[in-house]
Write a protein that binds this ligand. Sequence first.
Ligand code: DGY
Length: 324
Amino acid sequence: MKKTKVFVTRIIPDKGLDLIKEFCEADVWEGELPPPREELLRRVQGVDGLLCLLTDRIDGEVMDAAGERLKVISNYAVGFDNIDVDAATARGIPVGNTPGALTDATADFAFALLMSAARRIPEGERFVRDGKWKTWGPMLLLGMDVWGATLGLVGFGRIGKAVARRAAGFDMRVLYYDPHAKPDPQLKATPVDFETLLAESDFISLHTPLTPDTRHLIDAEALSRMKPTAVLVNTSRGAVVDMDALYEALRDKRIFAAALDVTDPEPLPANHPLLTLENLVIAPHIASASVTARGNMAWMAANNLIAGLKGERLPHCVNPQVYK
Ligand code: DGY
């Protein structure tokens, strides 16, 4: 009988990798950068399972390169816009993701970004390090109050709700826009339409998956409807925001600031105009980068992979229709 083989497209925490290695033969891509396309197509040949990252584009070509033995694709992420799920479903391949593992880490980080942009912390740090700080000043680096402000959440799933819980500690009024969300009686949050959210929020935090409907949801038009004092926070996917429109809105001070953990593209080129702006706070897609969250993601991704290899239902499957 042939040995069960998998390709793992990057080194992930041992909490998951050890499980995988105990169960089957794992070919692990050890590069710091993702495997180049040619390498990915070569390394998947004949595997029974694929554990991939959001930096890998997994489409029908990859699935066909893997061939008939491919039984499962396990994404080391909660988002799965890097995978052509329809192509996987058409081939009867279940796709797994890691919901829940990174909820609190991401919500913590969204709040940290919100506060950093509101109170201009990175800008203040640059100011000090650049030797520009001469004295205490009544008008120096004035920011926006978080306490008691209105927070608008676009997306009220696990992470949006976790941000709402944090906002309660700052006595914020919480609005949310999410056509798919069920109200949560435990949380003081009001469902509103998109227009109301844009017009009334002091802070807008994005927690929606990237789909054809949400691509460029925050475009020039949406930005023009925000308050001039508004702060936009994005920890979802870069392409939910039109980067060019955001650049113009920030440059012309049509909104107060933005804080991005995700960009389009990723990484943002070093000469991108957004990086010249003081009212932009930026991070390299690290909202889930806590030791606990990344370990839990690895464990969940490994369990999805192993379940698929055993022919069992994935604990977290994004295309359960493959089981019908
Ligand atoms: C995810 O899991 O989708 C996150 O973006 C990873 O940080």
